[in-house]
Design a protein around this ligand. Structure first.
Ligand code: UDP
Ligand code: MG
Length: 140
């Protein structure tokens, strides 16, 4: 089972990527693929296409293109559900103690990390960032 996480530009800029990766690995996730990328506006709009038309959409895509982010494909049993638990609620003010967003997020918008919300979206989102070749053969 696998899922996609993105360490968002706020956490990269504030030097929290290492702590977040350590948190993910201590939660049992194995890193299958990762890179640092600065999204273009069309890429950010496509990735978050499901939210197009929502009031926060312009701010979301502006934020996600504001600096480099770090997408990563993560492997673990029950990966999608477990990662959602580990990251916590969208708004860090509502996130459970010890979750990544509670520990590292600045605000509901600048909330440190993205995680896929279903197996179907995880497959789509992993394919958005990584080729089959990049994913092949590293982790079972
Ligand atoms: N977002 C926001 N305001 C909102 C809802 C969402 O700025 O009221 C941003 C936030 O960065 C969030 C992203 O849009 O992580 C995607 O929203 P979603 O509801 O999918 O939350 P997530 O799955 O990231 O918890
Ligand atoms: Mg979401």
């Amino acid at each position: 089972m696998q899922t996609l996480a993105i360490i968002k530009p706020d956490a990269i800029a504030s030097g929290k990527a290492g702590a977040i990766l350590k948190h993910l690995q201590e939660a049992g996730f194995t890193l299958r693929a990762a890179r640092l990328v600065r999204l273009t506006l069309p890429q950010a709009e496509a990735f978050y296409g499901v939210h197009k038309g929502r009031p926060f959409f312009p701010e979301l895509v502006a934020f996600m293109t504001s600096g480099p982010c770090m997408p990563m494909a993560l492997v673990r049993a029950d990966a999608v559900a477990h990662l959602r638990t580990v990251i916590g609620a969208t708004d860090p003010a509502e996130a459970a103690p010890g979750t990544i967003r509670k520990l590292y997020a600045e605000s509901k918008g600048r909330n440190a990390i993205h995680a896929s919300d279903s197996d179907e979206n995880a497959a789509r989102e992993i394919a958005f960032f990584f080729t089959e070749g990049e994913l092949a053969g590293l982790v079972g």
